[in-house]
Every structure is written in structure tokens, then in C-alpha cells.
Design a binder for this molecule. Structure first.
Ligand SMILES: [Zn+2]
Length: 72
């Protein structure tokens, strides 16, 4: 299991986001930190889900996040 470096919980999943069909991400569901799929889940990397969506001019909507599998 993968421990999130920000909140120290083990809620990190591979996800896809419906509005961004060509990308995959890793996301901590405890603190909403999101990393690029190929980015290491480590402190100093990743960004908040809401920040990511604002940057992409998309609406943050947790119902549009699809959990694929847990990051081991
Ligand atoms: Zn976290």
C-alpha cells in the first residue's frame, strides 16, 4: 500500500477524470492531492485536485473521478 506523504493515510488510487479522458492520475482521497500517473507519490510533488481543475478551467466534481485501482 502507498502512504500519502501529505496526510499519511493509505488512500492513494489510480484514477481517471471524466473531463480529462486522455490522462490518468494518482489521487489521495483523504486530502485530495493528485499526481500525474507517472509522477512519484512524494512530498513536494502533486497538487490539490481543485487547483488542477482550476488550471484546466474545469469544474471540480468528485462524482466525475473514477477509481481504477489502489496504488500499491
Ligand atoms: Zn493524502
Amino acid at each position: 500500500m502507498k502512504i500519502c506523504p501529505y496526510c499519511e493515510e493509505d488512500g492513494v488510487w489510480y484514477v481517471s477524470i471524466e473531463q480529462i479522458p486522455n490522462e490518468q492520475y494518482k489521487m489521495c482521497f483523504e486530502c485530495d492531492t493528485i499526481w500525474q500517473r507517472d509522477e512519484n507519490v512524494e512530498y513536494g510533488k502533486g497538487k490539490n485536485y481543485i487547483t488542477l481543475m482550476e488550471e484546466k478551467k474545469l469544474k471540480a466534481d468528485w462524482n466525475k473521478i473514477i477509481k481504477l485501482r489502489k496504488v500499491e
